[in-house]
Design a protein around this ligand. Structure first.
Ligand SMILES: Cc1ncc(COP(=O)(O)O)c(C=O)c1O
Length: 373
């Protein structure tokens, strides 16, 4: 049996007709940018998140983070704190906003920002950086929230804005609140393989304060307040009408799809018992949305090739932490400086995880890991 790591063609069985009629509707309208479809999706996703009228659709998750930082007042020369074990776009967004990264390590369980490491770094750097230390970007990794209460408390203490990277966390909760609605801003990606994905690039920013929504709308549209009148320096980052219509068609499926992800995660947790496999930690403070199921294994490469031989697709999220990427060598953060993220990077393997996996496929993944793990 072959079990792919992901397979977006299977979504068509769930919602192909709705998607085709959504795309046809946009084609017939002749209107492709900043129109009714975007308004409707922003309203619907805002309702889903419990953040009505506070969602602004943008062109990608990367730019959602960038725009959140820009709206928070981050400028060239500022510093933004984040974690090393994230998708590189988290770092790209900070760089695009003109800021320099300040990396802090993650907690061993959950692999999200360690609030104590955050506090230590801020206390150490504040005297040197003063008010150029502007914001913190916690990453809700693999569909599980970072521990937001202490992070928010520390951010308030140091007068920093909080922009949540919720790009992997649609539908995750933290103490009853939806990921992306907890900090000053929340950033979502609708990259096709996300829990809610479009069929191209897309993203959204959620503003905590209604007063920031207008600013985000200007920032994503060259800083325009009305046509040809530019109040702030913005960029071009708009969720187009076709992608918005596709997302509106898919949104009603998000809840059932996350339920399926949870069932698959439960099956992996219950049935994979191979000796050297470490399962992901599930934190007690919220609901995991299982974008990825990333196990750890001391012989990661060997495990991956043995699984491939049994037809099981795997990927690594992520093999190289930000500070060890060539592009970020200028940060001057040496190997060994962020040991928890570095150790995880050498052991993580993500198993197949998408809502349409069949019971037989899930069983085959479990049997295969048990046989070679
Ligand atoms: C944690 C994280 N941050 C940011 C992004 C960037 O999103 P996008 O690919 O939509 O720009 C992604 C997804 O790729 C991600 O997984």
């Amino acid at each position: 049996m072959k079990v792919p790591f992901g397979d977006l063609t299977r979504e068509m069985a769930d919602c192909g007709d709705e998607i085709r009629s959504a795309v046809d509707r946009v084609l017939a309208s002749g209107w492709f940018i900043l129109g009714r479809e975007l308004d409707a999706f922003e309203r619907a996703f805002g309702e889903y998140l419990g953040a009505p009228e506070r969602v602004v659709g943008v062109a990608s998750g990367t730019e959602a983070i960038q725009l959140g930082l820009m709206a928070a007042g981050v400028e060239a020369g500022d510093f933004v704190v984040t974690v090393p074990n994230t998708a590189v776009p988290t770092a790209s967004a900070i760089t695009a906003a003109g800021a320099t990264l300040l990396l802090v390590d993650v907690a061993e369980d959950g692999l999200t920002m360690d609030p104590e490491a955050l506090r230590d770094a801020l206390a150490r750097e504040r005297p040197r950086l003063g008010n150029r230390l502007k914001a913190v970007v916690p990453v809700h990794l693999y569909g599980q929230c970072a521990d937001m209460d202490p992070i928010l408390e520390i951010a308030r203490e140091f007068d920093l804005a909080v922009v949540e990277d919720a790009c992997q966390a649609h539908g995750a909760t933290y103490r009853g609140r939806q990921a992306g609605t907890i900090g000053d801003f929340g950033a979502f990606s609708f990259y096709p393989s996300k829990n809610l994905g479009c069929y191209g690039d897309g993203g959204a920013v959620v503003a905590q304060r209604p007063s920031d929504v207008e600013r985000l709308r200007m920032l994503r549209n060259y800083g325009q307040s009305r046509r040809y009148y530019h109040d702030v320096k913005g960029i071009n980052s708009r969720l187009d009408e076709i992608q918005a219509a596709i997302l509106s068609a898919k949104l009603p499926h998000l809840g059932p799809w996350i339920d399926s992800r949870r069932r698959i995660a439960e099956a992996y947790a219950a049935h994979i018992g191979a000796g050297r496999v470490r399962h992901p930690s599930v934190m007690g403070y919220g609901e995991h949305a299982w974008h990825l199921y990333a196990i750890r294994h001391p012989e990661r490469e060997r495990l991956m090739s043995d699984l491939e031989a049994r037809g099981v697709g795997t990927l690594v999220h992520y093999p190289v932490p930000i500070h060890l990427q060539r592009a970020y060598a200028d940060l001057g953060v040496e190997a060994g400086s962020l040991p928890i993220a570095e150790a995880a990077a050498s052991e993580l393997v993500s198993l197949p995880m998408f809502p349409q996996l069949t019971d037989a496929e899930v069983a085959h993944v479990c049997d295969s890991v048990n046989a070679v793990g």
